[in-house]
Each structure stands twice: as C-alpha cells, then as structure tokens.
Write a protein that binds this ligand. Structure first.
Ligand SMILES: *Cc1c(COP(=O)(O)O)cnc(C)c1O
Length: 445
C-alpha cells in the first residue's frame, strides 16, 4: 500500500474544512448526495489533490490513477503547461462564458484544430460545438443525420455506449441503463458488433442482409453509430477490416457513418482519431471527454460540410462556449504538432501491449485475456465477478482501476496516454500483485 504524505495546499484545506460541526469524512455524501452517485462508491476516498497520474486523498494517501476520468484525462491531471495557459487566461480576465459568441479563445482553438488535427489528416469537417457532454454531441449527430437523410432510425451495435440522454440512450446497449429511462426508447435498430455472435458469424454480412432484404423487417436507417473500441462495453474492438466494410456498406446505401470517438479519440488508441488505423473517413465524428485535455466540459461534432444542414439555433445550448475548455484544448494540441509525441505514444502502446501479454500468460489459469487497443485496455477473466473484486482490492492497494462491460466483467485499464514507461510498468506490476492476492484468497475459500 502506497502511503506518501503530501502537503496539501492551504486553500484546499480551508475549503474542505467544515464551517459547522459536521463530521468530516464521507457523511455529507451519504446523507446529502443523490443515490445515483456511482464511481465514489467503488473508490470511497475524499480526493483533495491530483497531479499527472496520481491523486491524493485528504489523509495524504497516494493513488495511481489508471481510471483517467473515464477517458477525460488523457494527458493526466493538471498538466503544468496547460494549467499555465488556463491561469494566464483567467488572470487576463478572458471571457469564461460566451454562449456561442466569437471569442479569441474559440478562434485560437478552431485555427489550431484545423492546422494540427484536420489539415495534416486531409480531413475537411465543420466543427459544431454542442452542449458540453458527450451525450449531447451524440444527440446532435443523430439530429443532423435525420435531417440530412429524412429517415428516422439509427443502427447501433451490441455493447455500444453513447450516453444517457434519451436519444443517445436509445443507442446505448446496457439493459440496466436503458431500463432507467422510464419511457420507451425508439428509433434505434440493434445489430451485432464484430465478434458478438461468435467468430464464425460475419456480422457485416448479417447487417448487409438485414438492410437489403425487404423481408428483414427493418427500414432504411439514417445512420450507423459505432465505437471502434467499446470503452463501456467491455473493451470489445472492431478490426480495421470490419470498419472499412462497415463504411463501404454505409456509403453504398447513402447511410451516414457516425463514429463515436468520445472515449477512444484524442489519442487513446495511439492516433488522434481512433479510426485512423482503418483509413476510413466518417461522415460525422463525436468528440468530448479528452478534447479539452484538462477535464473541463467540452464536446463537439465534426460534420462533413455538405451535411451541415441544421439552421441557426436548431441545436443550441447555454454552455457551448466554455472558453476555459477552448484554452486548455488549444494548449493540448501542442502535443499533436510535435512528431516526437506520436512516436512516443506508439512506444507506450507497444510497452503496454507487452505488459498485458505478460500478465495474461502469468494468469492464464484465470483465463486472463487482454482486450481493447492502444491505451484503452481491459482484462477479461473466466470468472465474470473477478474484475470487480480486483478493482476493489486495487483501490485498497493504491491503484484506481474500474470495470467495464454490461456485468462489469472486464477490468478496465486506462492510464494517461502521456505516462512514462517505467510508471506504466509500476502500475501493471501493482495490478499483477493485486490479481495474485485476490486469486489466492479465492483458492483458500
Ligand atoms: C462517455 C461517453 C459518452 C457520453 O458522454 P457524457 O459526457 O458522459 O455524456 C458517449 N459515448 C462514449 C463512447 C462515451 O465513452
């Protein structure tokens, strides 16, 4: 167990100090915060400081963060250069809230995004700023697709996760989350993701047959929405070949292809977009989570210019101009202007691949199988309840790792994409010790 004592800043101490005789600890959360809270149940510490891949609780306990804000902290906590840009902007009284007014911060982001991300990849997209959550970018994508095609249905895949507002929830697969909607979820047709129906079933053939056979019972959809790696869906992945075939099926039938790159994008798979390896160009791309690079709320939809058919205000929202997020997003793009960054990222992917392969060998008797791709990874086990117990034991040992999949059956491993290789190795070694301890405990039961 790692217990490093740190001096927390006086400000945070003052802020967390109770003004009344309320006991400290977690009582206020238990009593006052809604029962819907979730991550804090798995990781019941009170965090007061974070830096890079580390977090500290109010007692000074240190945690290695391999949760990375579910993908919102690809560059780690409070990266110094980005924090500098943010503080400078604040001290200069830069506008913080801006509806969708033109601001200098937004202009710098757009110019930089064009120069560093879009142009070098030969991509021509318009940028639609949506409300600052991933689910709102998905709603916007569906709205655009329905407007452009005049059709209503969207094809989504088994294991997919696209957010929890009703339109996006209809496309999300997990029964538990869908059941919470309280109304029927409609206008989505579910198709099997790659591998869902077993290795012998070609799910693109199945999709094609369903689309083309007038006896299939489905009507022609407006769009396909797909994740290249299912971050919430147990880290299942689609192969480049499957994605290329999916893109072709869409193109040949005038169906739009939406890639939900909210979690797998912004460098997670080793390239800025997760679909680059497949060489496809989606019609619409949703980005959120790590686009601001600092954990600040921000989301956007990339739209092929000819599809940019919503009129002024048809998808508006108060918080589409989070200028602090534009500032941090722009600062993070500096990484992508540096060719050495991509090379370093590829190296870290290779290192993590090796570490997880070693882990799988060591725990072969537990059916330990690496999942995912790049730096969005997972471990499956024969016993579907093992991941949950490992995650909880890892917390006790000072490592934050969550679970993924409809039954939480996969241990999810998501270090910052900038993490030094020796720290990656340290985290995985710690994880291996935890798996070993949990497995032994089991044997002795
Ligand atoms: C997190 C996530 C969303 C939803 O984003 P929110 O900001 O939580 O609304 C949608 N799609 C994917 C793939 C995600 O990982």
């Amino acid at each position: 167990m790692t217990t490093t004592t740190v001096t927390t800043s006086t400000t945070s101490t003052t802020l967390t100090a109770p003004t009344t005789a309320t006991p400290s600890g977690t009582a206020v959360f238990d009593e006052l915060e809604s029962a819907v809270r979730t991550y804090c149940r798995r990781f019941p510490a009170v965090f007061t400081r974070a830096s890079g891949h580390r977090m500290w609780d109010e007692d000074g306990r240190e945690f290695l963060d391999f949760l990375s804000g579910a993908g919102a902290l690809n560059y780690g906590h409070n990266p110094p250069a980005v924090r500098r840009a943010l503080v400078d902007y604040l001290l200069a009284d830069g506008p913080v809230h801006g509806l969708d007014l033109h601001t200098g911060a937004k202009r710098r982001f757009l110019e930089r995004f064009q120069a560093v991300v879009l142009a070098p990849r030969g991509l021509a997209y318009r940028v639609q700023f949506t409300g600052p959550t991933g689910t709102n970018a998905i709603e916007a994508a569906f709205k655009v697709a329905r407007r452009v095609t005049g059709r209503t249905d969207v094809v989504a895949f088994t294991g997919g996760f696209h957010g929890l507002s009703l339109g996006a929830l209809a496309a999300s697969a997990t029964a538990f989350k869908r059941d919470a909607a309280g109304v029927p979820l409609g206008n989505v047709v579910r198709m099997p993701y790659e591998g869902f129906a077993g290795e012998d079933v070609d799910t693109i053939d199945h999709l094609t047959r369903m689309l083309d056979d007038p006896g299939s019972g489905i009507s022609k959809p407006a769009a396909f929405v797909v994740e290249t790696v299912q971050g919430e869906g147990g880290l299942a992945t689609a192969s480049p070949e499957w994605l290329r075939r999916l893109a072709r099926v869409a193109r040949e039938r005038d169906i739009l292809l939406i890639v939900d790159d909210i979690q797998a994008g912004c460098g997670r798979t080793g390239t800025f977009f997760s679909f680059e390896q497949a060489g496809i160009t989606p019609d619409l791309v949703c980005l959120s989570k790590s686009i601001s690079g600092y954990g600040l709320p921000m989301a956007l939809l990339l739209v092929r210019p000819e599809l940019d058919q919503l009129g002024p205000g048809e998808h508006s929202g108060t918080f589409r101009g989070n200028n602090l997020a534009f500032v941090t997003a722009t600062a993070c793009l500096d990484h992508w202007a540096d060719p050495a960054f991509a090379a370093g990222l590829a190296e870290r992917v290779r290192v993590l691949d090796g570490l997880l392969d070693d882990l799988a060998l060591r725990f072969a008797s537990l059916g330990c199988t690496p999942r995912g791709r790049g730096l969005i990874r997972g471990l499956g086990f024969t016993d579907p309840t093992l991941a949950d117990r490992v995650s909880r034991a890892a917390f006790e040992a000072g490592l934050l790792v969550e679970t993924s999949g409809a039954q939480g059956q996969v241990l999810k491993i998501m270090p910052p994409i900038v993490l030094a290789e020796d720290e990656l190795a340290r985290g995985i070694t710690l994880l291996a010790d935890v798996i070993d301890a949990v497995a032994r405990k089991e044997e002795n039961r």
